[in-house]
Design a protein around this ligand. Sequence first.
Ligand code: ARG
Length: 403
Amino acid sequence: MGRANKVVLAYSGGVDTSVCIPYLKEEWGIQEVITFAADLGQGDELEPIRAKALEAGASQSLVGDLIQPFIEEFAFPAIRANALYEGRYPLSTALARPLIARRLVEVAREIGADAVAHGCTGKGNDQVRFDVAIAALAPDLKVLTPAREWGMSREETIAYGERCGIPAPVSKKSPYSIDLNLLGRSIEAGPLEDPMVAPPEEVFAMTVSIDQAPDQAEEIEIGFEAGNPVTINGQSLSPVEMIREANRLAGRHGIGRLDMIENRVVGIKSREIYETPGLLLLIQAHQELESLTLAADVLRSKRQLEMQWADLVYQGLWFGPLKDALDGFMDRTQDHVNGVVRLRLQKGTAAVIGRGSTSSSLYVPEMASYGSEDQFDHRAAEGFIYVWGLPTRLWSASQRRSS
Ligand code: ARG
């Protein structure tokens, strides 16, 4: 069919991406399918996944450890931007896609492939993120999307796989579709498709239920430098260690679960369950430190731009011009975000109980105090209020005249 000769396929080890291997070869006549599986800290054993691709007919099966760039280049910018899609979802899945796309393109270059492929369906956001990222980074590479075109139901996909020697998923009875990495887990499908059905406890793996969380509160202190979380309780942690430790602390107190109706790029509303304990904890602490260290107008502008940053990451525009421009703004503001935030973790909530910054605080005790150290000139308020209230007084007077 002349689609391509040598293809690098983004590979997860799941049924869809496994079936892509024989499908690309047999239906589309691709000679060589090379798989690439990314380690994003999801905790899966990668060796069985590597072997599974070869069994399914891949001519080479590659795995790559992307954990460090994932956290440093994708998760930390999201923390600095307090990125919460629709005010809630911290983009744990969305942030991984441009990185996988970038690595896929690099692998394609290294091995001289003329196309890349992914197993996303035509209903989700991930296809948008992959396709746009690849097109931005490598406009000459073809993107093959068998699962978007084959029109098979899940049962048919499993049956096709079985005919090609791909075993049906072990947990055939697990009805859920799960995406996971070090930042969190997304759980969809099965009984969750009814938005009225409460998520059963079995779907969670990184957080305990509030019932199971200890009664005893735990107080922690998170330290930031230039907007990046760098210490917990005074101990320096690398970015990857920081996420792991924040996941552990929040998870064991039942913090970080979300149940929401979300608006997908393709226009569908979908019901999503997430658990993203560490990321949500770090964003909460980061927002708090910004309240102390950013000027009011910068803070207000940043809150609006954060929404746009989250939208464009969700919508697959990581490599676009607005993202680039907004990053310039975000980075510049973060020079001032230095200090610590104290939180109390207990029974599903993280409550801020203190914040401080020796170098960057804009909180001035002599201005804020009601005590004897007060330096604010109270009489200056009178003239200020006269001018400030002038338009309101003029308008009210004219209303009285005309009534
Ligand atoms: N709705 C979330 C997002 O768009 C999660 C997607 C999960 N992806 C998946 N292939 N299961 O970021």
